[in-house]
Design a protein around this ligand. Structure first.
Ligand code: ATP
Ligand code: MG
Length: 241
């Protein structure tokens, strides 16, 4: 089993949408996936049709002294998700929750092939420490290019380009530059596609909403790339070294 954290280089890069879409793509390849929301915004669940008013989630259960395991929900025979849940501002994001232990417990059940963690850009909490690999989502813009120079990629980290607009000369140039100089850039490029934006309105992962869209086909390619490159955490470490 592999634990992968997805995190924005900054806010709004598409981490939550991509995490939901990737989970769907992996489930379509018969992989068993658990997706966990580490963000107090608690939005990941909305990609899996959960009613907005439901408070259920790991953080909510933990704050109420209940078992967090019972907060997981089944979306598909191969896809479960664990919402963050309702939280009050004073409850603290990761206070007193031992995620290292929780991940070990999940691993020991032997149920899942993948755990995907949707971690917020501003405060990823323990995500990088518990993950075998971290994907940092970036946009091909000048601000990101400048900030790459002062960014420290987590151990076993890679960059994933999302919302690429090929009609932009600037984005094309930045992509070319990154392809030549940024070895940690994943070779699968995710384009900006209206179907991705629609999928949240439809409360579905994009592959379910519009399976034939460009972004859904790219997500399937990314899921296959995951199988080849990240499924066995030990392989990842030796590749990056
Ligand atoms: N490839 C894409 N094409 C078009 N729209 C996209 C794409 N990826 C994400 N979006 C849109 O960008 C917006 C932000 O996406 P999302 O909420 O997934 O980002 P995020 O990085 O999780 O944000 P936050 O930092 O607030 O957690 C949403 O409206 C989403 O539909
Ligand atoms: Mg998000």
């Amino acid at each position: 089993m592999a634990v992968i954290a997805l995190q924005g280089f900054r806010g709004g890069t598409g981490t939550t949408s991509v995490t939901a879409a990737l989970a769907w793509g992996l489930a379509q390849l018969n992989e068993k996936v658990l997706v966990i929301d580490f963000s107090p915004e608690n939005l990941l669940r909305l990609h899996f049709g959960m009613p907005f008013a439901q408070a259920r989630g790991w953080h909510y259960a933990h704050s109420a002294g209940e078992h967090w395991q019972q907060s997981a929900m089944r979306y598909h025979s191969h896809l479960d998700f664990l919402p963050y849940g309702y939280s009050s501002p004073e409850s603290g994001n990761f206070a007193k929750f031992d995620w290292g232990k929780a991940i070990e417990q999940i691993k020991n059940t032997g149920v899942y092939d993948w755990i995907l963690i949707d971690s917020p850009a501003a405060d990823p909490g323990p995500a990088q420490a518990i993950a075998d690999s971290t994907l940092v989502l970036v946009h091909a813009d000048t601000q990101s290019h400048i900030r790459l120079h002062q960014h420290i990629l987590p151990a076993n980290g890679r960059y994933l380009l999302n919302q690429f607009v090929p009609s932009s000369q600037l984005q094309q140039d930045i992509l070319l530059l990154w392809q030549e100089t940024l070895p940690a850039l994943i070779p699968v490029i995710l384009h900006r596609d209206e179907a991705m934006a629609e999928s949240l309105a439809a409360k579905q992962p994009v592959g379910e909403w519009k399976g034939n869209s460009k972004i859904s086909r790219e997500m399937n390619t990314l899921a296959n790339w995951f199988l080849l490159n990240l499924r066995h955490p030990k392989d990842v470490r030796s590749q990056i070294k």
